[in-house]
Design a protein around this ligand. Structure first.
Ligand code: G4P
Length: 285
């Protein structure tokens, strides 16, 4: 299967982000905890330059709990302050404040030495589409925040959300497009539903997902769909279609329908908490 994206948008978004990043102290990058590598655009490393970096593995409520710590350690080794979050749970985001303070410790010390006390640090959220940036900003900022309006030295139209005495957040997230250097990245993004369904071949993708699940999470398909799991993905898909009554007029099995059913169940967490990518598959540089 061949996945494509829209490189045209990327240049413009990148340029805007380059400007925004100059204004901030810490870059808070969101990735999807189920695919912490494929949902991360490597260009951000160049764009973020010398800024402090925080990596939040969002949608952790849908990821395999056993994998979260391993991924945190993986990213910590790479120099990030990393944490697993569920942006839909406002209370769980409180710890992000402490992480921001930790990330900006040097800046805060520097300010203090210069006699500048209590200047809030400025943060910006970045990530690929659908990773949960808006949800995070809404939950993290809550309604307690007031927009601080334009200030001298701030790009026209930029709005800052004053989170508390210590942190201001740029209200618009930086959108990066995923990078499709390798087709696995496309496949993984398609699994989680981050590629428009018109662009994917659903049956082929569902077969790929079955192959992955039978290998890595044996028992799940058997339990959920009451089918016999075996390495022949097509046979498993057929069995699911039969059990779930996915048929066209004339009683022929509807493979498109069963493919979407399976993908939808996975994306909505009905197959349980599943992580697609494992740290040991990616060598830490
Ligand atoms: P974006 O700004 O990065 O493009 O992403 P956005 O916040 O729009 O979130 C994309 C989808 O992911 C939304 O679902 C949102 O609810 C969901 N989401 C964000 N963070 C989390 C999380 O931590 N856990 C879970 N389970 N879901 C999360 P949607 O179906 O598109 O919209 P909605 O029906 O939930 O409103």
């Amino acid at each position: 299967m061949h996945f494509q994206w829209y490189p045209g948008h990327m240049t413009k978004a990148k340029r805007a982000m380059q400007e925004d990043i100059k204004l901030i102290d810490v870059v808070i990058e969101l990735v999807d905890a189920r695919i912490p590598v494929s949902s991360k655009n490597p260009d951000i490393d160049t764009l973020a330059g010398g800024k402090s970096r925080i990596l939040l593995m969002n949608k952790s409520d849908m990821a395999d709990p056993a994998m979260l710590d391993a991924w945190i350690r993986y990213y910590e080794k790479k120099g990030y302050l990393a944490m697993a979050v569920n942006s839909k749970k406002r209370n769980e985001l409180k710890q992000v404040n402490a992480l921001i303070q930790k990330a900006c410790k040097k800046k805060i010390e520097r300010d203090r030495k210069r006699g500048i006390l209590n200047r809030p640090v400025r943060a910006m959220i970045v990530g690929i589409p659908n990773v949960g940036k808006s949800t995070f900003i809404n939950s993290f900022a809550g309604k307690a925040c007031a927009k601080t309006g334009n200030k001298p030295g701030v790009t026209k139209g930029k709005q800052w959300i004053r989170l508390n005495k210590q942190v201001e957040l740029l209200d618009t997230p930086g959108i990066l497009w995923p990078k499709f250097e390798d087709q696995t990245v496309g496949q993984h993004l398609a699994f989680i539903g981050s590629i428009k369904d018109e662009l994917i071949q659903s049956v082929e993708l569902a077969l790929d997902l079955i192959e992955f699940l039978v290998d890595r999470y044996p028992g799940i398909l058997g339990d959920v769909y009451e089918v016999e799991e075996n390495p022949d993905s097509a046979a498993v898909l057929e069995a699911v279609a039969n059990n779930r009554g996915c048929r066209k007029k004339g009683d022929e099995l509807d493979y498109e329908k069963v493919a979407f059913l399976l993908l939808d169940d996975f994306r909505n967490g009905r197959l349980g908490r599943i992580t697609i990518e494992r740290p040991e598959e990616f060598h830490a540089e």
